[in-house]
Design a protein around this ligand. Structure first.
Ligand code: NDP
Length: 293
């Protein structure tokens, strides 16, 4: 019988992270959830709660935005449990502001936590994975890394950076039995999206063809597919899990989307290969602009 594989999920006690821990444990993995060090008490409570449900998760403290802290975490894990076979880089934060109002601190915090973290943690697992001839790395990006998002120049840049990171490292490790892929969720119901003002959240949901946010389990399932032992030929890929969000066909002639819930609307007049032509209407102003995107 082959040895039980060890999976480390950063941000493992968060909304999507928890679902990923459960999905990987259900797949027979030994699962370790990384948590942000100031949240020690909550992390122990999380561990207890899941133990009562039959999940024996390990937890490990680490600030993934810090290279040394990440190195220490991997040393601790290796010495006490064993080398990591599966890594899911899931920790992330948002600090939304339009660029005109964004501070260097907000930019740095988001880039360090969402993008530098992938380097900080992955850097310490690749040698052992290559040596062992097996590894699965999944980076949790976002649909906003591809389409951009108003008020999220920092987050969109970090998540787009993860795509480049994924593709480059996938090439470096392809011959070693180590696959590297990213998953780009659309909008998922977690504390992160609960923090969005209700009316903005509603307008987001209106733009999703399925008319709802994803549940964390729906993202976790895709991660478990990518990390499956049998998934050996897929690397450097990005899997969008977004219920058709942004698909051209959905925003076709005659369709309208609201930009702010109900006051400002975009009416599509034409959709083709090169983009969408639309008119924007706002209260008191019949016709704002006509553009392609
Ligand atoms: P949560 O806030 O629930 O989870 C994020 C986790 O990351 C938390 O456990 C958080 O810990 C942890 N974390 C934050 N900063 C650090 C740090 N410096 N070191 C270690 N851990 C840290 O959010 P989600 O579950 O929604 O998000 C998970 C991932 O999915 C993120 O990368 C996010 O960008 C991405 N995503 C989410 C979407 C959504 O709609 N929810 C959509 C697309 C992508 P703590 O709680 O203690 O701060």
């Amino acid at each position: 019988m082959s040895k039980q594989k060890i999976a480390l999920v950063t941000g493992g006690t968060g909304g999507i992270g928890t679902a990923i821990c459960i999905a990987l444990a259900d797949q027979g993995r030994k699962v370790i959830a990384g948590y942000f060090p100031p949240e020690k008490e909550q992390a122990y409570a999380w561990k207890q709660k899941h133990r009562a449900d039959g999940y024996d998760f390990e937890i490990v403290a680490c600030d993934v935005s810090d290279f040394e802290s990440s190195q220490q975490m991997l040393l601790d894990v290796e010495n006490t449990i064993g080398a990591v076979d599966i890594l899911v880089n899931c920790a992330g934060i948002t600090r939304d502001k339009t660029l005109r109002r964004m501070t260097p601190e907000q930019w740095d915090a988001v880039l360090r936590t969402n993008l530098d973290s992938a380097f900080n943690v992955t850097r310490h697992v690749v040698d052992k994975m290559s040596e062992n001839g097996f590894g699965r790395i999944v980076n949790i990006s976002s649909v906003n890394g591809q389409k951009g998002q108003f008020g999220q120049a920092n987050y969109s840049a970090a998540k787009a950076g993860l795509h480049g990171f994924t593709k480059a490292v996938a090439q470096e490790l392809a011959a070693k039995g180590v696959t590297v892929n990213s998953v780009s969720p659309g909008y998922v119901k977690t504390e992160m999206t609960d923090a969005i003002p209700a009316e903005v959240r509603e307008s987001i949901i209106q733009q999703v063809p399925m008319g709802r946010m994803a549940s964390p389990d729906e993202i976790a399932y895709v991660v478990s597919f990518l990390t499956d032992d049998r998934n050996t030929y897929m690397t450097g890929a990005n899997l969008p899990v977004k219920a058709g969000l942004g698909a051209r066909l959905f925003f076709g002639p005659g369709n309208a989307i609201s930009l702010d819930g109900h006051r400002t609307w975009r009416y599509c007049v034409e959709a083709g290969e090169s983009g969408v032509i639309f008119y924007t209407y706002a209260p008191g102003k019949r016709h704002l602009c006509c553009s392609a995107q």
